[in-house]
Design a protein. Structure first.
Length: 80
């Protein structure tokens, strides 16, 4: 995926709501001792490191059909 960087160190994105447990909750990310609480369905600008954590986060599929497969944990739209 082509990354759209706002500036050298920042990325504008939206973390979308999702079906399932916690899918409407704000998203907590901690990088190098700094904590970020990202509101879903709102455009935010975050450090590139926070985007990288969100993009690489994986977890078990919650739909019961995946046979224990690991999937992306968050649905993210990068704003360019």
């Amino acid at each position: 995926m082509k990354e759209k960087i706002v500036s050298k160190d920042r990325v504008r994105l939206i973390v979308n709501t999702q079906d399932g447990p916690g899918g409407m909750d704000d998203v907590f990310v901690s990088v190098n001792g700094r904590a970020y609480l990202i509101k879903r369905d709102h455009e935010v600008e975050v450090p590139a490191e926070v985007y990288q954590v969100l993009e690489s986060s994986e977890g078990p599929a919650m739909d019961g059909r995946s046979g224990g497969n690991v999937v992306k944990r968050f649905s993210i739209n990068v704003i360019g």
